[in-house]
Design a protein around this ligand. Structure first.
Ligand SMILES: [Mg+2]
Length: 223
């Protein structure tokens, strides 16, 4: 596994599990729903399963309109209520160690984009808490493109904003959804092990490189 560094002209970063630390609060909140119909231990297991497999309940819920052909009203409802509720009590975000340094190093050489399945409110809450907006040329949240990850649409959108071809992008993320979106866009992909995904599944999804976290990215890009 190796990256073709000569091909890379822009970097696209996922947020949850990639720049923002894993959101155990989401699992707890979801388990609190399931506990009404399941014993608590099974409720916790199911909640973790959904967060791990569906790449976060936010993404799972955002995927529903795509899946059932329901359009923006449901996505909007999700953004206003469900996704916020799932993240309630966790408005303070933790950064993955090394994130700021990574962004400062990488932006010397490449334009950077955010590509997240978070809604627009949650995305800007995270970015503004750490004053990260200036690092990014553009931000694609769950509602920016017609469909969110694992579809390639937000990568196509970001590539167009930046003025590069999608195949010259590098998608960096912690789940198979990120890798699948990158592969579908024709981009190169880096899987990071700081979030929800596991090494084997990231490899199987087609990750070109696996790193411990974004802290290892500048060295991998020879910056
Ligand atoms: Mg993620």
């Amino acid at each position: 596994m190796a990256l073709d560094l000569a091909r890379i002209e822009a970097l696209c970063f996922d947020v949850d599990g990639t720049l923002s630390d894993t959101d155990d609060q989401m699992v707890a909140n979801l388990a609190n729903v399931f506990k009404y119909v399941l014993p608590m231990e099974r409720a916790k297991k199911l909640a973790r399963y959904i967060v791990m497999r569906a790449e976060g309940p936010g993404n799972f819920l955002y995927g529903l309109p795509d899946r059932f052909g329901i359009d923006d009203e449901l996505a909007d409802l999700n953004e206003r209520f469900l996704a916020r509720w799932l993240r309630r009590g966790n408005r303070h975000f933790e950064l993955i160690d090394g994130t700021i340094d990574c962004l400062q190093q990488c932006e010397k050489k490449y334009p950077l984009a955010v590509i997240t399945a978070r809604g627009p409110h949650g995305t800007s809450a995270f970015l503004s808490q750490y004053d990260l907006e200036p690092h990014f040329r553009c931000v694609a949240s769950a509602l920016t493109a017609p469909r969110t990850k694992p579809y390639p649409d937000p990568i196509f959108w970001a590539a167009e904003q930046i003025g590069v071809e999608p195949e010259n992008c590098l998608m960096i993320g912690d789940t198979t959804v990120d890798i699948r979106a990158g592969v579908a866009a024709g981009a190169q992909t880096v899987g990071v092990l700081s979030g929800f995904g596991e090494e084997e599944e990231l490899r199987q999804a087609g990750a070109d490189l696996i790193l411990g976290s974004v802290a290892d990215l500048p060295a991998a890009l020879a910056i």
